[in-house]
Design a protein around this ligand. Sequence first.
Ligand SMILES: [Zn+2]
Length: 140
Amino acid sequence: MQPEQPAGDRILPDLTPENRAFWTGGANGELHIQRCEACRRWTHPPRNACGDCGGTLSPEPVSGRGSVFSFTVNHQSFRPGVATPYVIAIVELAEQADLRVPTNLVDCLGENVRCGLPVEVRFEALGEVFMPVFAPCEGA
Ligand SMILES: [Zn+2]
């Protein structure tokens, strides 16, 4: 069973000054994550100040690589137009041990997903929004 990409009927995010770089950076093929200008820690989801030191956050591109921290394969249709099954995952980005992004996995068989699977970002172009999703790395 090949999960279909749940594109086409996605609920799009409201863009804010804090999250705009995350949702639109894919236009340049880059995943942007906020980073503290003072202590240099990465932060996600977007917020208005560093949770550790209160410093100013600004978006910086990351490698787009990470690994599956946790996942579930969804077989229930919650929205007409979104094909099932699909994989909901939390991906831990390579840049920092606790830097995690809720996302979908694409181009993989649900039964082949495992925690620790190396993945890399891809983007689904949905107008102004470039939805970050992840797929297994080549050879993973
Ligand atoms: Zn900080």
